[in-house]
Design a protein around this ligand. Structure first.
Ligand SMILES: N[C@@H](CCC(=O)N[C@@H](CS)C(=O)NCC(=O)O)C(=O)O
Length: 238
């Protein structure tokens, strides 16, 4: 199966959770909006705006698998997980992985809201005081609670993987959470990391996996920037 993956071409964003799964599994896929030429984004918009589509996606990322079109990051991973050998096969294990992924989705929204707490349409400079307040709250309450939760999940599962006895898409997503927080909040993250040693060790192991290592140093991995979910603002990292 050749998967067609659709996401904004210039950022890692939520699409990166899907790219990491496809890459870790060595799946055959095309990143449609990043194809050479400028036809990728119009092709993506056409699919979203198609009035005859039975199941139109609301927003990227989405995946085309044969005739299926699937949107929502966690839902795409729920579909891909067993097919790419990145999720348990039994129902309880699949639901557990999905539950964790939905919690990661909640965390991702909160990370984004640190720099855009009022509106995604306004510039950061137009919501600076609110961003500072939101970031304080995020690091004081949300990071300890949420990363602490994933630390506990890892520990209870023996430390190596978050779900089952093999790498799963949840581990890949947790890798991306640590990567992104290190980019956006280098100082804060450095101070916090000692509180979540299992999570940091998982990040290190994922980074060393041959396919992930190759992907991270390839052009397919889009660099972090000031446009994605994770953005660096010195004043928020104080
Ligand atoms: N809950 C969805 C959120 C999708 C989403 O917010 N996509 C962003 C890019 S990361 C987008 O293009 N949103 C357009 C919009 O919300 O109008 C998911 O996890 O996939």
């Amino acid at each position: 199966m050749r998967y067609e993956f659709y996401y904004w071409p210039g950022i890692q964003g939520r699409g990166e959770f899907i790219r990491l799964a496809l890459e870790a599994a060595g799946a055959d896929y095309v990143d449609v909006a990043r194809r050479p030429g400028n036809r990728g984004v119009p092709a993506m918009m056409k699919l979203m705006e198609d009035k005859r589509a039975a199941h139109p996606p609301y927003a990227p990322p989405f995946l085309k698998a044969g005739k299926l079109v699937i949107a929502q990051t966690a839902e795409i991973l729920f579909y891909l997980g067993p097919r790419l050998n990145l999720a348990p096969r039994d129902e309880a294990g699949r639901l557990w992985a999905h539950q964790l992924q939905l919690t990661i989705a909640d965390l991702v929204t909160q990370i984004h809201d640190t720099h855009h707490p009022v509106s995604g349409w306004l510039y950061f400079e137009e919501q600076r005081p609110a961003a500072r307040r939101r970031t304080q709250d995020f690091w004081r309450y949300r990071v300890p609670k949420m990363l602490g939760y994933f630390e506990r999940v890892l520990k209870q599962n023996g430390g190596k993987y978050s779900v089952g006895r093999r790498l799963s898409y949840v581990d890949l997503s947790l890798f991306q959470i640590v990567e992104g927080l290190r980019y956006a909040f280098p100082k804060r993250m450095k101070r916090f990391e000692k509180k979540v040693p299992q999570l940091i060790a998982l990040h290190g192991r994922v980074a060393k996996r041959p396919r992930i290592k190759a992907y991270l140093s390839s052009k397919r991995r889009i660099p972090f920037s000031q446009w994605g979910i994770y953005r660096y603002f010195k004043e928020l990292d104080a």
